[in-house]
Write a protein of this length. Sequence first.
Length: 231
Amino acid sequence: MRDTNPIQIETHLSRTALFADLAETSLRRVARASKMLPLGKRSALFHSGEACQGLNLVIYGQVKLAFSATDGTEKVFDILHSGACFGETELLLDAPYRVHAQALDDSLVLQVPRATVLELIDDDGDFAYKMLNGMSKRIHDLLLDLEDFTLLSGTGRVVGFLLREAEAAEPGADAAVIRLPAAKGIIASKLNLSAEHFSRVLHELADRDLLTVSQRTLTIPSIKRLRNALA
């Protein structure tokens, strides 16, 4: 595991959009109060119902947020990568977590204590605005997901997901090679589909020569043709 002394924490914080513009004294204060939480693959960071301890920042790895059902099944809410912050809502409401967080790979999470974040909000208007902006974007993305779940077929949801991944991998290009950011079952759950349905749609798109599938690597020869599949 990497070095976790305060100087290293300052470096990680300064590279994150939310904390990047803090004054040096504030950054140092946040670093002193924060702690690194190493997580092995499939390790839990917190469970639903637990009290929120602070703002969480993914340094490296992947963290899954999911709802749990009493029968043991789960619905994936989000998949977080390096640089992502989470836990803002519970922190501000002083409410317990509604989801559980689990590492999908060996991961490192930096946790800034709740009291420290609240002090920053009181002292630094720019920090408060950036935090609010980040939360607003998350809400906007959730509304887009809800719109897709409500209005689009399973195929439409998968195509929409692939188009977003392609744009992120090859902005403006008409062809793209993408690697699925998580296992197919995890992505399927986030799209509100079964793993079997997700795989079936991929195979149907491949049969139409709209993509090729090699494990988690997908090649899209024509973004335009794939987009037309939504028509």
